[in-house]
Design a protein around this ligand. Structure first.
Ligand SMILES: [Zn+2]
Length: 138
């Protein structure tokens, strides 16, 4: 499987879905990356804010849907987008993320970070509202 650092280089360090800058845990000190992202060190939620931006590997076609570990099926993705996607198909999720950014609900694009866990749950729920699954759920 393609390494995370190779994916990072291929995507210029940016999330496939929200285009935020991500960071490689092994590449730089957290303090340096916090300064780069404008995250105040030791501020409430700053550790979570960093985690939202951590670079992850993302399967475009989910493994559960038959997606492979081949490089054509892998993109760089921030942890927030990765964990918030759920079962939404990749192309539709891109639109969901764009709507979430527009609505001020994406923590890597200016959404409040004060209550990280609640904010994450709320953002996921809110993002879901804009997603295709919400419109024909139940
Ligand atoms: Zn993202």
């Amino acid at each position: 499987m393609i390494s995370l650092s190779t994916l990072f280089r291929l995507f210029g360090g940016r999330c496939f879905y929200c285009n935020c800058e991500t960071w490689l845990p092994m590449a730089a000190s957290r303090a340096k990356m916090k300064r780069r992202f404008g995250i105040a060190t030791n501020a409430p939620g700053s550790a979570k804010a960093m985690e939202y931006r951590r670079a992850t590997r993302e399967h475009v076609v989910r493994v559960a849907d038959g997606g492979t570990n081949g490089w054509r099926n892998l993109v760089l993705c921030c942890r927030f987008c990765n964990e918030s996607r759920g079962t939404t198909p990749s192309d539709e999720y891109k639109a969901v993320v764009a709507a979430a950014i527009q609505a001020g609900l994406h923590p890597n694009h200016g959404a409040p970070l004060a209550l990280p866990k609640k904010a994450l749950r709320r953002a996921r729920r809110e993002i879901g509202m804009y997603g295709p699954e919400a419109s024909h759920a139940n």
